[in-house]
Design a protein around this ligand. Structure first.
Ligand SMILES: [Zn+2]
Length: 55
């Protein structure tokens, strides 16, 4: 019987929510550092977050 690949927490990687970065248009997955404000996350990285802001 095939076993599902899961991490120590018992959560399959594919179960993580995903969003599309508004800066680069690439899909990115939930990260623990965004646990508190995932609803407002729009960028996949700090680099993308910096695009369009400032000079
Ligand atoms: Zn991005």
């Amino acid at each position: 019987m095939p076993r599902k690949h899961v991490n120590a927490a018992g959560t399959a990687k594919s179960d993580l929510p995903q969003k599309t970065c508004v800066a680069c248009g690439r899909p990115f997955s939930w990260r623990k550092k965004w646990a508190r404000d995932w609803e407002s996350v729009k960028f996949c990285s700090d680099r993308c977050r910096g695009v369009g802001s400032g000079s």
